[in-house]
Design a binder for this molecule. Structure first.
Ligand code: APR
Ligand code: ZN
Length: 245
């Protein structure tokens, strides 16, 4: 199966990828759903939405500062490095991710679309001020905008919020032209990300899923590789290197 996937990638015209929290699991970053997922311990309604932030900004900020700490101190894993290598080889055109960590970039990926924003970005709740951070803010006190004094918030997309329109537009354009997509580490239940692979499928493209578990995508995938993204992506990369050597 892995060699078929490697062949499919090598003969693809426009190969893209969609990743989810599962590709960062092997870097020690908890996923959201599944047995030890974040949404088992915390209620997303209490943390990852505008109403929760308005009600108790300190509680939400403390949770995000904890997640930032975990992400900023984590290292990319073999999955991140494999995607970056496939881009460097000119095979992977664009990597679309639902993840708010920067592990794809830190592994060397250049062309990354963050559908749900990034924990590296903090933005003002009032003016247009938005900037990247090296370290999580120490909360309390609540971080305030230097330009207008308003409360700052994490630069991520919360439940009920619009995705960044320009990024979403680009992601749809990518899957419109893609003839192959690898979907790795996502439960494929959150829209609009989950519909991106269906667009590739609809116009005759190949859908490859990498996930230890079944997902709603599994039934339409041309290949479903049941395994960890780090291991499977490494195997695919080895096959491709072997064919090209
Ligand atoms: N390799 C590949 N997949 C894995 C691994 C691994 N090592 N470990 C877990 N998985 C799979 C799980 O089986 C699951 O299908 O990763 C998936 C993680 O699913 P979620 O936790 O739902 O994460 P994701 O799909 O990225 O969530 C989408 O939901 O909460 C929102 O905005 C948040 O971007 C997130 C979105
Ligand atoms: Zn401001």
């Amino acid at each position: 199966m892995v060699e078929d996937v490697a062949d499919a990638i090598l003969s693809s015209r426009y190969f893209v990828a969609l990743t989810g929290a599962g590709v960062s699991a092997e870097s020690g970053i908890p996923t959201f759903r599944g047995k030890d997922g974040l949404w088992n311990k915390y209620r997303p309604e209490e943390l990852a939405n505008p109403e929760a932030f308005a009600k108790d900004p300190e509680k939400v900020w403390r949770w995000y500062a904890w997640r930032m700490e975990k992400v900023f101190s984590a290292e990319p894993n073999k999955a991140h490095f494999a995607f970056a290598e496939l881009e460097k080889m000119g095979l992977l055109k664009t990597l679309i991710t639902q993840n708010v960590d920067d592990l794809h970039e830190r592994a060397g990926s250049k062309n990354v679309l963050h559908l749900h924003g990034s924990l590296r970005v903090v933005k003002c709740t009032t003016c247009k001020n938005s900037f990247e951070i090296e370290n999580p803010p120490a909360v309390p006190p609540l971080p305030k905008c230097e330009k207008c004094g308003s409360l700052l918030r994490p630069g991520v997309v919360w439940f009920g919020e619009m995705l960044p329109p320009d990024i979403l537009e680009r992601a749809f354009r990518e899957v419109e032209v893609a003839d192959l997509i690898i979907v790795a580490g996502t439960s494929a239940v959150v829209q609009p990300a989950a519909s991106l692979p269906l667009i590739v499928k609809r116009h005759g493209g190949i859908v490859i899923e990498i996930n230890p578990a079944e997902t709603p995508l599994s039934s339409i995938a041309d290949y479903s590789l049941r395994g960890k993204a780090g291991e499977v992506m490494e195997e695919i990369l080895q096959w491709i290197r072997k064919v090209l050597s």
